[in-house]
Ligand binder design. Sequence first.
Ligand SMILES: NC(=O)c1ccc[n+]([C@@H]2O[C@H](COP(=O)([O-])OP(=O)(O)OC[C@H]3O[C@@H](n4cnc5c(N)ncnc54)[C@H](OP(=O)(O)O)[C@@H]3O)[C@@H](O)[C@H]2O)c1
Length: 259
Amino acid sequence: MKNSVRGKWALITGATSGFGRATAERLASEGCNVIITGRRKEKLEAVYHILQEKFQIKVLSYCFDVRELNKCVEMANDLAEREIVPDILINNAGLASGKNKIYEGLIGDWEKMIDTNIKGLLYITRSILPMMVARNEGHVINIGSAAGHLVYPEGNVYNATKFAVKALNEAINLDLVGTNIRCCSIDPGAAETEFSKVRFHGDEEKAKKVYEGYEPLIAEDIADMILYVLNTPLHVNITTMVVYPTAQRSVYVMDRKKD
Ligand SMILES: NC(=O)c1ccc[n+]([C@@H]2O[C@H](COP(=O)([O-])OP(=O)(O)OC[C@H]3O[C@@H](n4cnc5c(N)ncnc54)[C@H](OP(=O)(O)O)[C@@H]3O)[C@@H](O)[C@H]2O)c1
């Protein structure tokens, strides 16, 4: 397949770990310039240096929380001043926080997920998409989830935020009709990243158990899927891609071996 990303600019939110970081490296390895974001300054700087040292590309980094609208706008303004219009926007920053029955859920967890997964994605999209529309060029990749297709027990609010991402992905596509801009939601099943550690508030033991007895997806698998979608010809718009590990066929069906 043709390399369509060389020399382009990709903005990847949440590039300090997991899918975002792997995608930044994968795109950089194909000659794509990258703009990386995240809240953890040291991790962001580390990724920045790796990208600069390993690949002959341009890298920009912005350390901020996607829940802060003014920071999202500041980044967009700074890019505009540099005369950079992202060709690719990867709305990846997101999290699950907690896993409880809805009547026991922590309000703080709910707010964090709603504000990051829905409002943060909207703030970034609202800040960047007008530049793409003005140029009539671009590709938006939203990282949804299998959890945005089926609700699982104790997933409640996380599921709701990913159902929202699915709806927004459809909405973005509808509102872009008549433009050349494409939009795809990549919706993974179980993938071993920092996701479960974050979900269980730093409890590594609990996080490890999520991936026991089967081979989960890894971040690089999703980076490969993103690159595949980006490299399709301009008349092809993959709107949704659901990706499970082979051992998992639905959020309910996991072939977990016991030893
Ligand atoms: N792993 C899975 O099983 C799985 C499955 C389906 C979908 N997903 C989705 O995939 C996306 C990436 O998750 P991952 O699995 O790669 O987990 P991860 O390793 O925890 O990465 C999450 C990334 O999002 C960033 N982030 C989180 N909250 C943020 C905020 N408020 N502002 C800015 N950046 C923020 C984190 O950076 P900082 O902490 O430095 O800010 C980090 O770079 C998420 O949207 C997640 O819901 C994951």
